[in-house]
Design a protein around this ligand. Structure first.
Ligand code: PHE
Length: 436
């Protein structure tokens, strides 16, 4: 076997992982979920779940990846058993394929909007414009373009493709978002939006308590890229010198920062137009934001910057999702990376096109199914780490962990006892919403 690829630097791994986490989840899903679930009340619950479940869960996934030094199938075969490892690993790879199928369609919408924003093409009749752009042949075309961008990066491999792209794109996302948030703050009529977003509403929370948990948990997993084996794959390119707990914290904090920042752009802008962002659903960015851009001086410039930012963020997530099936072909079936990239991309071109043509299925896949797959995946990861590996997982946590070493035991306790319960709860919640 040829020697495996690896990151050039730990910073490269961290940036690529933040890039994976920060994506459409933060900018497309987070603002309308937050707005539709009580604003600040949702924000608080979401943050608690990120800290209590997302962070220890992500760390568990990283531990599996670095311990196994392989993509999900190989890693889990080595750590669990040949049969269960193959089954669960295959489930993981399918999860990344399912998520990327719809992710690439939305990525295509974003690419489309980024390209036409300089002309303000959709400013006049955003609803109609989005109707034509979102499903059908246009959507197929831009999905293929988006997938092409992502595939080109993955084609060049871990260090020359993914790491290099992430080092440029992620900082660009942060700088652009800060600039956009600053611009938003200078716009009129945004006070109600900030208040809704930032003033904690205990009454709303009390009235909606158990029901906000489901969407908050789903969002926390989705945004941290936890539960699909994609982060496991990234960690498989690490060596024992990296501090997994430190890296996990940096990734989670940065991702949350980017999410909150995106909310500081989107929510006040929506309120400034008197739009209830909770009503917007998945189309919020495309339908509800354009009037805000159109009514403001320099709207085309801001719109271009905005969709360009979202595009970069979506690409850095897409490459993590594509890397997982591609690297699986490389690891398990010895397919050369370039051929593997081509094969998987052809498959995704087809599945994504299918979704771009089938609205109702798209809705189901991008909402419920994605949450469901990630939750099941995470459940399996935490059971393996907590109950099967135990001391071995502790050793992996400790390798390179430095001053985080004393936290190892409490992390394992959390992974063994708290996470399975919370994740099962959120699973039942999602299933119940399916039935309902
Ligand atoms: N975290 C990414 C986002 O928020 C989505 C993602 C999920 C990426 C799972 C990889 C794995 O956009």
């Amino acid at each position: 076997m040829s020697s495996r690829e690896s990151w050039v630097s730990n910073v490269g791994f961290v940036l690529a992982s933040i890039g994976s986490a920060a994506g459409l989840g933060n900018i497309w899903r987070f603002p309308w979920l937050t707005a539709g679930n009580g604003g600040s009340a949702f924000l608080v619950v979401y943050l608690l779940i990120v800290v209590g479940v997302g962070v220890p869960g992500l760390l568990a996934e990283f531990v599996l990846g670095r311990r196994g030094r392989q993509t999900p199938i190989g890693a889990l075969r080595a750590l669990v058993s040949s049969r269960w490892g193959s089954a669960l690993g295959t489930f993981n790879v399918l999860t990344t394929l399912v998520i990327l199928s719809f992710y690439s369609v939305v990525g295509g919408w974003i690419l489309h909007y980024a390209l036409v924003s300089p002309t303000g093409a959709y400013f006049g009749q955003p609803q109609q414009y989005f109707g034509t752009a979102s499903y059908g042949l246009q959507a197929v075309g831009f999905h293929l373009l988006f997938l092409g961008i992502v595939a080109t990066i993955v084609f060049f491999g871990v260090s020359s493709g993914i790491e290099r792209a992430s080092k440029v794109m992620l900082p660009a996302v942060v700088v652009l978002l800060v600039a956009l948030a600053g611009w938003t703050a200078t716009q009129p009529n945004t006070a109600a939006g900030y208040a809704f977003y930032l003033r904690f509403d205990a009454e709303y929370l009390a009235a909606n308590f158990p029901s906000v948990l489901g969407p908050a948990a789903g969002q926390a997993l989705f945004t941290l890229s936890v539960g699909s084996g994609a982060m496991l794959t990234y960690a498989s390119y690490l060596d024992e010198t990296a501090s997994l707990p430190r890296d996990t914290l940096v990734i989670a904090v940065s991702n949350t920062f980017i999410g909150v920042l995106a909310g500081l752009v989107v929510i006040p802008l929506l309120f400034s137009q008197g739009i209830d962002p909770g009503q917007g659903g998945p189309g919020a960015l495309f339908v509800a934001l354009p009037p805000a851009f159109a009514s403001l001086p320099g709207g085309t410039v801001v719109a271009t910057a905005f969709f360009g930012t979202v595009l970069l963020a979506a690409v850095t997530s897409g490459i993590n999702l594509l890397e997982t099936p591609v690297a699986t072909l490389v690891d398990v079936f010895d397919v050369p990376r370039r051929r593997a990239t081509l094969l998987v991309s052809v498959l995704l071109a087809a599945t994504g096109s299918g979704l771009a043509l089938a609205g109702p299925i798209f809705q189901f896949v991008s909402g419920t199914l994605a949450d469901l797959l990630l939750t099941v995946g995470l459940f399996a990861f935490v059971v393996i780490v907590g109950w099967l590996l135990g001391p071995e997982a502790l050793a992996e946590f400790r390798a390179g962990s430095g001053r985080f070493d004393p936290l190892a035991e409490s992390w394992l306790l959390t992974v063994s006892w708290v996470l399975p319960v919370v994740v099962l709860f959120s699973l039942t919640n999602t299933l119940a919403s399916l039935a309902g």
